[in-house]
Design a protein around this ligand. Structure first.
Ligand code: MN
Length: 243
């Protein structure tokens, strides 16, 4: 039986007001890696969110708008972008429970950011605030095209999975992890010091990456390995749960 990976939706309004949606890249990445992707809508009831864990073997936190800075005790700066408070609420409810259960978690772009905030860390509201020599992190090139390099830290789980200490990745973000949450370590950085990866060594599989892995797995075998490792961890979780 394949492991079930819950992927949180974001608020959309393509048609007639608010909807819940998700980019197909996440769905096909999980499907290709051997998992069953299921979309987690932005439901209201916290007890309903809690009970949904009985269905899940892994949690994928995808990209999306900015995280409300109130959640890390900061006032909003003028450089801050759009919020999705429904998504914030659902993910802030899901993540602490997932960490407690040692459910495998993969955070992508906004996903690394909300993972960090939910675990007690902070964000840089715009990369321009962190360094005067900041690189271009909002590329104007196709999603599968890698524009900047990242250095992957020795001893990290991410290095073990990606198999190389330097690689180029895509970049579509303007915020980033500032202070990693307690218990988390930095696993990747860019030349300008922006954090592009964090992970928890205290969990079976809790990894966040700032790049859009879901747009790169088809063209980059290392990124494909990231989804494969995540789904493998979810499979192990599922087997332990049913044992
Ligand atoms: Mn970047």
């Amino acid at each position: 039986m394949r492991p079930v990976i819950g992927i949180t939706c974001k608020t959309t309004d393509w048609w007639t007001g608010a909807g819940n949606g998700l980019g197909v890249g996440y769905i096909s990445a999980i499907e290709h890696a051997g998992g069953i992707p299921i979309l987690l809508p932005l439901i209201q009831d916290d007890s309903c969110i809690a009970e949904s864990f009985s269905l899940l073997d892994g949690l994928l936190l995808p990209g999306g708008p900015d995280v409300d800075p109130l959640l890390y005790a900061e006032e909003p700066q003028p450089v801050m972008g759009q919020l999705d408070v429904s998504k914030d609420r659902v993910e802030m409810s899901l993540i602490p429970r997932a960490l407690e259960l040692d459910l495998p978690i993969l955070g992508v772009c906004r996903g690394i950011q909300i993972l960090n905030v939910a675990a007690g860390g902070t964000l840089c509201q715009d990369v321009s605030m962190s360094s005067s020599n900041v690189l271009k992190h909002r590329q104007e090139a196709p999603g599968s095209y890698a524009t900047h390099a990242i250095s992957i830290q020795d001893g990290s789980r991410l290095l073990e999975i990606l198999g190389q200490s330097e690689m180029r990745v895509n970049s579509f973000h303007h915020q980033a992890v500032k202070e990693p949450a307690s218990g988390f370590v930095i696993s990747a950085v860019t030349q300008d010091g922006i954090i592009e990866g964090i992970e928890s060594p205290h969990h079976s599989f809790v990894i966040g990456v700032q790049f859009h892995a879901e747009l790169m797995w088809q063209s980059n075998s290392s990124v494909n390995n990231l989804f494969a490792a995540f789904v493998r961890a979810a499979k192990t979780y599922k087997q332990q749960e049913s044992a």
